[in-house]
Design a protein around this ligand. Structure first.
Ligand code: SF4
Length: 457
């Protein structure tokens, strides 16, 4: 059977992985919170072998725990195919953390059914509860994640593939970019489907929408917020949803209302009043301030504006859901363009002065990103073929990663802007950048992409 373009790109990528890639590309050390978010999203998978050799299946990942005790509560695991065992799951960077943090003598950890960790000490360590019950252990490897935590950021200079690429006909380069874009789309679709299998369609879409609203800089806090305040919770507590999001984000510190501009005071006061009754119960889940990245983004894209957009999306979820059913990108664009908020249509941040002119809650560029990262992947997982429509979606702007990738692959090739006109080509470029440039530690000399590409027909 004839291979699809995405399958051919996957082959090219896998061949490079086996033959030419350094065994241990430099990894950055992810934080515990980052890994916990990935665990909860199911990125590490659901089937594991415990350190004792037992088959462990995650039946339910549970929920982020608000109380004292393990990180995740209401979880369920199946051991060696038996009946699901319900309880809590603790995720640590080190196996020793269980002892070091006093969990072994803390009754709040007595219902733990699994201890997950990244690093194991030289000597075997057994996870035990205060009643001396042995808790199964699973070790996970962050390097095995599809988009592992690579340390280096490739320099924005023309790479070794610029010369061969500049000699290839335009259709051939477009063919490679299309194939990489299709591969990326499929991978996003598979991830969405996996989360949907665990948590349902709406929660999966909501979590990925939140991540898209977070941009690259704030993807983690937005993902954590959507995991800790799932759509169902926000819809059940519709009147408090916006306050819950702002409070859990850590944006509602107790403070002096005087620091807010006159018009903002009423809005902030409402948020506070709705947040206070929940604050004690949510204390453990409030995000640390250092998780947020406020630098570098355009004022329109301030995380507080994005969070307000998420609250409005949750409120209007049935309309979003309906617009998704039509399989029509313009209906999605219409939904997002029509989102409004009486405060955030005129403010950049909670403390900013009111702007004289209104501003879109979700702008055109972000809508395009949402289409590329959430909507088209979701549709592509279904039965209708959207390849043509996806391929035609015009890119609004580029970003630093896309520009760096283009510089490395195309240098000053005069066709560079032509290759970056569509969202699909930009996504394909990013895929190649992540698969090859970010994995390369030889300043291009041992990267197999230029030779592989020459063989692409
Ligand atoms: S690392 Fe590979 S793909 Fe990236 S610019 Fe260099 S040769 Fe090209």
């Amino acid at each position: 059977m004839r291979q699809s373009a995405a399958e051919r790109y996957a082959d090219l990528r896998d061949a490079a992985l086996v033959r030419d890639r350094p065994l241990f590309p430099a990894q950055r050390t992810p934080t515990e919170l980052e890994l916990q978010a990935r665990w909860f999203a199911g990125d590490f998978g659901k089937q594991f072998q415990s350190t004792a050799g037992d088959e462990i299946e995650i039946v339910q990942f549970g929920t982020w725990n608000r109380e004292a005790g393990p990180d995740f509560t209401d979880s369920a695991v199946r051991i060696n195919g038996g009946e699901p065992v319900r309880g809590s799951i603790e995720f640590d960077l080190s196996d020793r953390s269980w002892e070091a943090h006093g969990h072994a003598s803390n009754p709040a950890f007595d219902d733990a059914v699994l201890h997950v960790f990244v690093n194991a000490g030289a000597q075997q360590f057994f996870t035990r509860t205060s009643a001396h019950r042995n808790v199964p252990q699973v070790r996970v490897d962050p390097a095995a994640l599809a988009d592992a935590f690579v340390a280096g950021v490739p320099l924005a200079h023309a790479g070794r593939c610029q010369a061969p690429l500049s000699g290839l006909p335009e259709e051939r380069v477009n063919g490679i970019l299309d194939a990489a874009a299709q591969f990326r789309l499929r991978r996003k679709a598979a991830r969405l489907q996996r989360i949907a299998t665990d948590r349902g369609r709406d929660e999966a879409l909501f979590q990925e929408l939140a991540a898209a609203l977070g941009y690259k800089q704030n993807k983690l806090p937005f993902t954590l917020l959507a995991q800790r305040l799932p759509l169902r919770t926000l819809r059940e507590r519709a009147d408090d949803a916006e306050a819950l999001l702002f409070g859990t984000a850590g944006f509602l510190d107790a403070g002096d209302l005087a620091k807010y501009e006159q018009q903002a005071r009423g809005y902030v006061r409402t948020l506070w009043d709705r947040w206070w009754p929940h604050r004690d119960a949510m204390q453990r889940l409030i995000l640390p301030h250092k998780l947020w990245n406020f630098g570098g983004a355009r004022p329109l894209n301030h995380p507080q504006r994005r969070l307000a957009a998420l609250a409005v999306i949750a409120r209007q979820w049935p309309a979003f859901s309906r617009s998704l059913e039509g399989n029509d990108a313009s209906a999605i664009q219409h939904f997002f363009t029509e989102l409004h908020h009486p405060f955030w249509d005129f403010h950049y941040t909670l403390i900013a002065e009111r702007s004289a002119t209104g501003m879109a809650l979700v702008g055109e560029t972000r809508i395009t990103e949402i289409l590329a990262n959430v909507v088209f992947p979701w549709w592509s997982a279904g039965s209708t073929d959207h390849t043509g429509e996806y391929g035609k979606l015009r890119a609004r702007l580029t970003n630093r990663r896309v520009e760096t990738a283009a510089t490395r692959l195309f240098g000053n090739d005069e066709r560079r802007s032509t290759f970056m006109k569509t969202v699909a080509h930009q996504q394909g470029l990013l895929q190649i950048y992540e698969d090859f440039c970010m994995q390369d530690s030889s300043d291009c000399s041992r990267c197999p992409f230029p030779e592989q590409m020459q063989k692409w027909l």
